[in-house]
Design a protein around this ligand. Sequence first.
Ligand code: AMP
Ligand code: GLY
Length: 355
Amino acid sequence: IKKLRKDYNKLKLTQKLEIICLMTNKNNMIHQYCDEIFDAKLLSPNFIIDKIISDLKYNPLNKILFAIIGPEKYLQDGMSNLFLHHNIPCIGPHSLYAQIETSKSFCRDFLKDIGLSDHIPNYKIIENFELKKLENYRNEKIVIKNDGLCGGKGVLVQDVNFKTIDDINYDIIQKNSKVVIEEKLVGEEFSLMSLTDGYGNIRHFPPIQDYKKLYDNDEGPNTGSMGCLIDKDNTLPFLNSKDIETAQIINNQVIGELNKYRECNNLNIGYCGILYGSFMKTSDGIMVIEYNARFGDPECIIALELLKTNFFLLCQEIAQGKLISKLDFSKNACMCVYLVPKGYSEKTINDDKFD
Ligand code: AMP
Ligand code: GLY
């Protein structure tokens, strides 16, 4: 939001840009750059969208240029569908496309079906999870994933979250739930985010590395994130240009194939917004760990910090289905470190309540 506001101001247009934000917890940093905020815990998105639209209708100069959806929950709940229904361009895909993030089983099957088997680990989907179903995996290293969204806490990695299958209980992975069991991969992880406009135009951000471990030196449990980094020249020390190109090609293919859902489901537009690929460089090549249908948190901070192209204009191009500008980036190395409250990751702590 800060970048949007700053880049809009650089254009020196006479029309005022009004930013309206819908949030579940008041974030003072975000609040500074908004004209109005709504508490998403109290008001339904449907109600708010109707209110915004009807308020704006009274002033013919006003026009909603676009909406941007941040959190995955709203993508899952179909907030983009609502905006699209009102013909408001939305940077954030329809919930059908967002399944690439909101269902791990959908994502794995989709990647296999579009011919990317060489870039995913061996996996099995279990509809009704029971601990005894893990017996077959006793001699393998595995990862167990809840099918649905869990705020970055739904994945159990062997040797990180459990040692042997006897250590697992029904706390994180519920009995009878749907899970994905997959081969544990070994290597360095990186994220590659791409912008796309719903009509197949795609622009890539450089690769950025998320740091998920709670403690220094790659120790401790995985968190939602503790920060991220990029080396100079828009790269990471363990990647070569072929690796980056491979990740870009995979993202292109995923967007191209998701766009085919448009016709099958009578949607007006293809996948529009951000596709965030989470990858691992392994001895078998570049593998997909997961997909998100939004900006990475906090990869977005580095990506937008380095972006020299005007972000407001880019959003407009996406909203108009004409993403034609090239992305230009500063070549500096960059690092983002989270300052987190005690208990972060285990507990959700929100000090900043709405007034
Ligand atoms: P996800 O929510 O799918 O990104 O998983 C969270 C984290 O679990 C990832 O960032 C990886 O560190 C780890 N992870 C997920 N899948 C695998 C896998 N197949 N092999 C090794 N680590 C994985
Ligand atoms: N950086 C991980 C995420 O946004 O889910």
